[in-house]
Design a protein around this ligand. Structure first.
Ligand code: 5GP
Length: 184
């Protein structure tokens, strides 16, 4: 501890798991109040949002009919920044038409990925469309894409853990960590 690869190492915890748990509960309870008695589809973006969405879904009570679906995207940029051109590697399984969709993402950096997915899913006639994003880096924002359910606003630092990786590593950590150097 901390784990090391050839270039980067974990530096310090930015958001401890207890804070994440509390915030996820808050978000779930807001979603529950908004959709009580209705069906919603949580649409998670793999792989980063998998852990966040699993925790979020389990905190939404049985008064909401929660469906879970996933999509996988890859950016045409390098692995740690976004080019805004997104390739759909795996689409959602179910149709979004006439459904209440909540897009669940790990982090909004430039906002380009979410803007792209929002645009794409909106053309498929959902009944409503909202976004739920664990982390937002406002300093890096390039497009004005609204977040409806936001976990934390963070400074412009590269983070890993709680689903977020660097080169496939560190997704499994329960806390969110800063890296010693930003990989960009
Ligand atoms: P955006 O299109 O908003 O610029 O980029 C979103 C994607 O960039 C995220 O889904 C994530 O894959 C990656 N990303 C941006 N910032 C970070 C970060 O601090 N840590 C990690 N692990 N990935 C990031």
């Amino acid at each position: 501890m901390p784990a090391v690869d050839d270039k980067y190492e974990l530096e310090s915890i930015m958001i401890p798991s207890d804070d994440i748990k509390r915030r996820v509960r808050d978000l779930a309870s807001r979603i529950e109040s908004a959709y009580r008695g209705q069906e919603i589809t949580l649409a998670g973006v793999l792989k980063g949002a998998a852990i966040f969405m699993s925790d979020l879904a389990r905190e939404i009570g049985p008064t909401v009919d929660v469906r879970m679906d996933f999509m996988a995207v890859s950016s045409y940029g390098n692995s740690s920044t976004s080019s805004g051109v997104v390739k759909i590697v795996k689409d959602m399984d179910a149709s979004v038409e006439d459904k209440h969709i909540i897009l669940v993402e790990d982090i909004m950096d430039t906002g380009l990925t979410i803007a792209y997915l929002k645009e794409m899913l909106s053309t498929r006639s959902p009944r409503s469309f909202k976004t739920c994003v664990l982390l937002e880096k406002p300093e890096r924002k390039k497009v004005d894409s609204e977040i409806d359910y936001r976990g934390f606003t963070i400074a412009d630092e590269f983070v890993v853990g709680y689903g977020l990786d660097y080169a496939g590593k560190w997704r499994h950590l329960p806390d969110i960590w800063r890296l010693s150097r930003a990989p960009r």
